[in-house]
Design a protein around this ligand. Sequence first.
Ligand SMILES: [Zn+2]
Length: 63
Amino acid sequence: MDDSYCETTPSGAAGPEDGRKGGPPYAACVQCQEPTEYPESTKGITLCPVCEWREAERTACSG
Ligand SMILES: [Zn+2]
């Protein structure tokens, strides 16, 4: 009997992961010119995580 049953059928197996090559161009932070997490096509004010956090804290503490 053939007991050594091997599963060799590639059913959409994991291909070579390309990884991110550079990624899309990110908009610059309006405060410190650092690259943000938002794409360049984002409308309005774009803030980097740091400035966004500061802005949120400032807003929360105002008053
Ligand atoms: Zn910033």
